[in-house]
Design a protein around this ligand. Structure first.
Ligand SMILES: Nc1ncnc2c1ncn2[C@@H]1O[C@H](COP(=O)(O)OP(=O)(O)OP(=O)(O)O)[C@@H](O)[C@H]1O
Ligand SMILES: [Mg+2]
Length: 510
């Protein structure tokens, strides 16, 4: 088995893998090889089968057909523990961590270290946790409870967990989706380090710049089959996209020019004891206001306050010239303000109900007549929004958790759009959404603005911010440090303002 690794043979080979779910062929005759010291990018549209393959590779799902060879030996991966013992580490798309446990406990859960007396050896685990976190340059307290960490930090804990065991294969399912520019750079450094240690890496991403930058090989899935594979050096972004969607797509769908009307929402001097301070801005009819900043700059916390999830301590929110109280999300929805959160799974956005009910639930008040629910109408509404967001589902009656990650995101966006709000706040609207559907989401946002909605878009993606916003607000450490029309903004100045760099500091426009 050592011999294989020396002469460039793959450490993992999957052959003829097939997997069906009720009504869906998720994978069909899939082949994939991973090589030591190399990064293989796995790309494909939402629902193409990427996460399904990952779950087979880590023993969570059993394939219906095909075989898996690890270092030349045929293996069966019957459970996640077994896959881990065989050296497969996975950072999943929807990280399963425990809010009530500490960072150290999360890292070692299910793989605790014991001392010679067979007792749990917390001091050693904590030391090891500190070392791994230091390696990751993550400034995280090993004793902190997970619930007190931000989304990017949680993700780093998930990465630390995957690195805590000695693995030959590291799988990362959309690892940068939740991270901002700075953490993404750090993640790339981690990937380089893993490569230099001879680990084989499977890297799933919807971002082509990063695939071109860090991957050595690629495999493209289309509707559960391999549409192509090869070396990244021999291909281009456009060629990969063509393999993936079978048509040409524009990555950014620029905002249509629409007439911007009167001020709809005005925020005056909003402050929160810990998360943000002295926030003032306006959004007008037909306008898209972008919020750029690093993860942790307070953007999501501010938006949650506007949606009545958290309270602000001072300041006021004025809608159509009159101050409004926002004590709860239902207050906000009644006023026509809706918020599509970033952490969509967690924030109760996806309910264990059929897809169509997830979409229509907040709109039922509007749909029911004399207290009677019109089921056909409900289904129609769901179908309409599902189609506009290019939702890929076998049936809208299926439970929402049978959808792929990206398609669950679309359900949440559809759900809030269906309420026909006046102000919609979209937090990282295309996170986890494939390149084809991304254009659909951007096109839809543009259309909403044309219809007179006011859109607030939080995004950490510079092309999205620059392509979609009429004006851009930059937040840093809880404050708005700049607001400017799009014409006056460029990538470099946005990044500088977000990190608080001086003119001299060298910053690559990511
Ligand atoms: N547990 C399940 N039950 C039923 N269908 C499922 C299940 N898991 C996945 N599917 C279906 O299998 C197909 C592939 O899903 P998968 O999650 O692998 O896609 P993906 O490529 O990871 O997409 P994304 O980019 O959105 O994460 C989809 O049609 C999905 O709805
Ligand atoms: Mg997935």
């Amino acid at each position: 088995m050592a011999m294989d690794e020396e002469d460039g043979a793959p450490v993992l080979r999957m052959r003829g893998i097939g997997k069906r779910f009720p009504g869906v062929v998720a994978l069909q005759e899939v082949d994939l090889a991973l090589y030591p010291g190399q990064v293989t990018a796995l790309v494909g549209e939402n629902g193409a089968g990427k996460s399904t393959l990952v779950k087979i590779l880590c023993g969570v799902y059993q394939p219906d057909s095909g075989e898996i060879e690890l270092a030349g030996e045929t293996v069966r991966l019957n459970s996640a523990e077994q896959a881990m013992q065989l050296g497969v580490s996975v950072i999943h798309q929807e990280t399963v961590l425990f809010d009530e446990l500490s960072v150290t406990e999360n890292i070692f859960l299910g793989q605790q270290m014991r001392n010679r007396l067979g007792m749990l050896d917390w001091p050693t685990m904590k030391k090891r946790a500190v070392a791994i976190l230091q390696d990751l340059e993550a400034d995280i307290d090993p004793d902190a409870k997970l619930r007190d960490l931000g989304i990017a930090q949680k993700h780093l804990v998930a990465i630390a967990r995957a690195l805590s065991v000695d693995s030959r294969i590291v799988v990362m399912d959309e690892p940068t989706a939740a991270l901002s520019w700075k953490e993404i750079e750090e993640l790339y450094a981690i990937v380089e380090k893993l490569k230099s240690e001879g680990k084989a890496i499977l890297f799933i991403s919807h971002k082509f710049e990063e695939i071109i930058r860090i991957a050595d090989n690629y495999t493209v899935f289309r509707d559960g089959v391999v549409a192509g594979s090869g070396q990244v050096a021999d291909t281009t972004q456009d060629a990969l996209i063509a393999l993936m969607v079978g048509r040409k797509v524009d990555q950014i769908f620029p905002k249509q020019m629409v007439e911007i009307g009167e001020t709809v929402l005005e925020v005056r001097g909003l402050s929160h004891p810990t998360e943000f301070a002295d926030i003032s801005f306006t959004v007008r009819r037909g306008e898209i206001l972008g919020f750029y900043g690093l993860v942790g700059a307070g953007r999501s916390e501010l938006m949650q306050a506007l949606f009545g999830v958290t309270r602000f301590s001072t300041g006021e929110v004025v809608l159509d010239g009159a101050p409004v109280t926002l004590k709860s999300p239902s207050d906000a929805v009644k006023r026509g303000i809706v918020y599509v959160p970033e952490e969509r799974q967690r924030q109760g956005a996806v309910l264990p109900l059929p897809i169509f009910q997830n979409i229509t639930l907040p709109s039922l008040g509007r749909l029911s007549r004399n207290g009677l629910l019109e089921l056909a109408q409900e289904f129609d509404l769901a179908r309409q929004y599902a189609a506009r967001l290019e939702l890929k589902a076998a049936s809208l009656s299926h439970p929402v958790n049978t959808l792929s990650g990206g398609n669950q995101q679309k359900v949440v966006i559809a759900k809030w759009l269906a309420t026909e709000p006046r102000v919609i706040i979209l937090d990282e609207p295309t996170k986890g959404i494939d390149v084809g559907s991304k254009a659909a989401v951007h096109g839809f946002m543009s259309e909403l603005a044309r219809q007179g909605l006011s859109v607030i878009m939080v995004s950490s993606e510079i092309p999205e911010i620059l392509g979609m916003s009429d004006r851009i607000a930059v937040m840093r450490e809880g404050r708005i440090v700049d607001t400017a029309p799009r014409q006056e903004a460029d990538a470099e100045s946005l990044i500088r303002m977000a990190i608080g760099a001086t003119q001299e500091a060298g910053v690559d426009a990511a």
